[in-house]
Ligand binder design. Structure first.
Ligand SMILES: [Zn+2]
Length: 159
């Protein structure tokens, strides 16, 4: 486990206009498999082309089919731990972290200076550390730090 500080500026890249698999299934990005399964099942039931055709004649059939395909695609990715992990990683690169992973918003005052190590740190609830690199103190922008033990992220605002 590396203790090297990880800090990234907010990505200016707008999030993709395409909905994420989580948005398609209307679940939180940290939803459990069971929650995702339930969401998939209820949506699939409603939007399955066979059902929808009978349910409402005014529904645009093509649109319904596309929706169902999209839900099915999302479910196939998210139901598998490994493919979900890969997908989450891709999502991280396209989406501002803030929406998904920011656990706490801190300022420099929330960090304790460790004279032995020569850095400022904040203890994560898992017992790991968020390490604030010196160069971030001089920065004009908020930054994100990830815990060195778990996947939580804090946002550090400039005061
Ligand atoms: Zn942690």
């Amino acid at each position: 486990m590396s203790r090297s500080p990880q800090a990234e500026s907010i990505s200016q890249q707008a999030s993709s206009t395409e909905m994420s698999h989580y948005q398609v299934l209307q679940v939180a990005p940290n939803a459990s498999l069971e929650e995702i399964r339930k969401a998939y099942q209820s949506l699939a039931l409603r939007l399955h082309p066979d059902k929808a055709r009978h349910a409402d004649d005014t529904i645009d059939e093509e649109g319904v089919i596309v929706d169902f395909v999209r839900i099915d695609e999302a479910w196939k990715v998210l139901r598998d731990v490994e493919s979900r992990r890969v997908y989450d990683a891709e999502l991280m690169q396209h989406t501002c972290r803030e929406e998904y992973f920011v656990n706490e918003i801190l300022t420099e005052k929330d960090f304790t200076y460790d004279p032995t190590e020569g850095y400022r740190y904040h203890t994560c609830r898992c017992g790991g550390l968020y390490i604030l690199p010196e160069e971030e103190l001089a920065s004009e922008e908020s930054c994100y730090l990830s815990c060195d033990e778990c996947s939580l992220v804090v946002q550090v605002d400039v005061v």
